[in-house]
Design a protein around this ligand. Structure first.
Ligand code: C5J
Length: 220
């Protein structure tokens, strides 16, 4: 075990059973013209974490540890997109509409891809997920079980939506979850802070958090 200084107390990371889960670092959330912007958000905050997420992925690649990338996405016929999701609110473009980077949040469209700086390499796992949580309606749970993974390190966007939902799903499935604070972001800084507080409160009720420099120093 490697001991990582973390909140609310030290996290014991098992190098033989750890995977990184990078949530939804897609052009649709990070670049202008995608789903995030159609919802009225300023995407520049999310762009700022790309170098940190790249370093974190680099750390896992250097160690030879498992890396999972997720993409929030729907099939072209939107059969996996509940009307409750597509029809909610008043976005400038809805899921499936044609935008500047192709159809919003549709699999295979340019905007749905992971940003080029964080592109998955051969051998890394890519999970297309129709929901906010990466375990819902995907093979993620089976894949992690077959690999014997017990410890999950989280990064990506947005902290209080898809990252938090997936951490909660993972926590309920028995995984030891660690969030890298400077490798996750929200369109709302106060929501990021609150999500981290609520997940690490009550003795780490959902999991732990740390920062990349601390994680790097701990794993050597
Ligand atoms: C959202 C996500 N915010 N990846 N998706 O709709 O957090």
């Amino acid at each position: 075990m490697v001991t990582v200084p973390a909140k609310p107390f030290a996290y014991d990371l098992d190098p033989a059973r750890v995977a990184l889960v990078v949530i939804d670092m897609q052009r649709d959330f990070v670049e202008p013209g995608g789903f995030g912007e159609t919802l009225g958000n300023d995407v520049s905050l999310l762009q700022a974490i790309v170098p940190t997420v790249r370093d974190l992925i680099g750390l896992f690649r250097a160690k030879g540890w498992t890396i999972v990338h997720t993409r929030e996405s729907h099939s072209a016929d939107l059969a996996d997109c509940p009307p409750a999701k597509r029809d909610r609110g008043a976005p400038s473009l809805r899921i499936g509409d044609e935008g500047p980077m192709g159809r919003i949040l549709v699999r295979g469209e340019p905007g749905n891809d992971i940003v080029p700086d964080l592109a998955p390499q051969p051998g890394e796992i890519v999970i297309d997920k129709p929901g906010k949580g990466a375990f819902y309606a995907t093979a993620l749970g089976d894949i992690l079980r077959l690999k014997g993974i017990t410890h999950l390190v989280f990064a990506g966007v947005t902290t209080e939506v898809c990252v938090q939902t997936t951490m909660r799903e993972a926590n309920d499935r028995g995984y030891e979850c660690l969030l890298v604070e400077d490798a996750t972001e929200s369109y709302f800084p106060e929501f990021k802070a609150a999500a981290i507080r609520m997940m690490t409160a009550q003795g780490g009720i959902v999991g732990w958090s740390t920062d990349l420099a601390t994680l790097k120093a701990a794993v050597g």
